[in-house]
Design a binder for this molecule. Structure first.
Ligand SMILES: [Zn+2]
Length: 116
């Protein structure tokens, strides 16, 4: 279970939140003129990385506000939470947290109870 630090309410249990998928997906320019394939990719295709991922969350059983989160999908570690209107943190600022190329700790797989 995750504790998510809502930027408006403070730390709350994950059960109060809903994941909104990938953040910072840009609507294509000239969307009225693009083809079905391009539009379908915009609507349906999302990144699913193992490692650092920018995603949207909503505090659905709280303030009902959306915010962005940077989470390591291999460990479930939340690296940064920021409001929708705040600037996207650069990926470089999280490199020190990455232990392996796939983003996992050197030992174990997302299980922080394992002694390093
Ligand atoms: Zn909230």
């Amino acid at each position: 279970m995750l504790i998510i630090d809502c930027p408006y309410c403070g730390p709350r249990d994950q059960s109060e939140f809903s994941n909104g998928g990938e953040a910072h997906v840009k609507r294509p320019d000239g969307s009225a003129e693009i083809g079905d394939r391009e539009w379908g990719e915009y609507v349906f295709i999302r990144a699913n990385p193992k490692g650092i991922f920018y995603e949207r969350w909503v505090h659905s059983h709280g303030c009902r506000k959306w915010f962005n989160c940077v989470r390591d999908t291999s460990t479930d570690e939340i690296l940064k939470i920021y409001k929708i209107d705040e600037e996207r943190p650069k990926l470089d600022s999280f490199k020190n947290n990455v232990k392996t190329p796939s983003g996992e700790p050197n030992l174990g797989s997302g299980n922080f109870t394992v002694k390093k």
